[in-house]
Design a protein around this ligand. Sequence first.
Ligand SMILES: Cc1cc2nc3c(=O)[nH]c(=O)nc-3n(C[C@H](O)[C@H](O)[C@H](O)COP(=O)(O)OP(=O)(O)OC[C@H]3O[C@@H](n4cnc5c(N)ncnc54)[C@H](O)[C@@H]3O)c2cc1C
Length: 475
Amino acid sequence: MSAGYSVGSHPMTASNALQRESHLEARPMVSPSAPAMPAERRTRIVVVGGGAGGLELVTRLATRLDRKSCEVMLVDRSRTHVWKPLLHEVATGALDANLDELAYGAHARRWGYTFVLGEMEAIDRVARELILAPLWDEAGRQIGGRQRIAYDGLVLAIGSEANDFGAPGVRENCLRLDSRVDADRFRQRLLEQCQRVSRAASASPPRTESVRIAIVGAGATGVELAAELHEVARSLGAHGSGLFDQACIETTLIEAAPRILPALGEKLSAAARVELEKLGVRVRAGVKIVAALPGGFMTADGEMIGADLLLWVAGVKAPPVLERIDGLERSRSGQLLVQETLQTTNDDRIWAIGDCCACPWPGSERPVPPRAQAAHQMAATACENITRGLRGRSLRQFRYHDHGSLVSLSRYMAIGTLMGALVGGQLAIQGTIARLFYKSLYAMHLTAIHGSVRGAVHIALGAVNRVIRPRLKLH
Ligand SMILES: Cc1cc2nc3c(=O)[nH]c(=O)nc-3n(C[C@H](O)[C@H](O)[C@H](O)COP(=O)(O)OP(=O)(O)OC[C@H]3O[C@@H](n4cnc5c(N)ncnc54)[C@H](O)[C@@H]3O)c2cc1C
């Protein structure tokens, strides 16, 4: 398929558009703090967001493109990358993110792309410049002004966040699991609550208290977190955290749909519910939350579900910053509409991949689902298409291959479906084998961002760390 870039009234091929611009003189940077552009202007491809999709994309682009004529740049608001599907483990302390994180700066040096720390605030599509917000230090002092970065091609890979559907009190009273910062905050609050219970148990006379956790949203994230919390309770006693027994953590998982894991089949959903209940999780399906209050959630029936820690992980919507980009079409959840080439529908120079885009899924009424495997596959197609465009070749259509969905229920157990030719359609799996498949997704990500040899070393190191380090990160 040939996707034409259209500049002014002259339709042109992808390659024409990028190549023409690459021979233009370098435009002066508006902000003196913007990264210096070499005197001889190179074509600059800027990727915003170094997550599951964006980090894989810059690694691929930096390997494929000729550095003399092209510059690949990654912009992220964080200095380090932690793969998002691990956040529930970071939140419970089952995973020490300091050991698993990747520093963008070092990765950029190794693979030959440029890393810029900053948060995208807007895009000036006319000037073709990305606008980054000012930088602030921890004390709230501004340490860097607003910054503009010129681009020839721009890829947005800024992920998504939970959707509160406008329910009052969620922003003020709920914790989330959208980023590493959220996961660290949850862990800190969880440990404080556990300390409270432990102190009460050792008081004279001893008091029996518990940590009540209510999670709204029983998709993969909510289910995985609820299961992982059971592991926390089990491990805390073994870590010398005073008098702490498993019953001290009471987890309630709340879902508005009639069953948990609505994206999986009924049988798997029922099996997951049984497993969770065996772990002591209270599952409340078909319960609609209308407000979050400081002491718990209010249901549509007027019931108050009391909790010490309130977590909101329901739904998916695009980051609000996309609302500030004029002229790009968005879905109802705010994601950028893209063509099958992964270019946005209104601007061929701007691409979007991963959770922040709504990409057609032929044969389905829904767009491609917001999953790590979709972001991984889109990174490969976007790299291919950007490279093809620069070389004057026609662009490919993105085709999502659903390899199934797996949800981790504990250290040893996962549940879900495998799909594809290998299993001859769709296969429901659970148990240790499912857990191994689940882990292979992360192995694929490590291989994509480190290469096969270093990727294998990282996988091996991860396995060793799990044996030699404490079960929980308690700080
Ligand atoms: C707890 C949990 C478990 C999950 N488990 C699974 C699973 O088992 N399988 C699966 O397929 N999917 C899973 N997912 C979903 C999966 O994590 C996402 O679909 C995937 O990470 C999306 O990749 P992405 O590249 O679009 O965005 P992300 O991986 O979220 O990366 C977005 C990046 O953009 C950066 N960013 C955001 N805004 C800005 C800005 N304004 N300026 C600069 N940088 C910005 C962020 O710092 C981040 O680095 C899970 C998600 C969660 C939260």
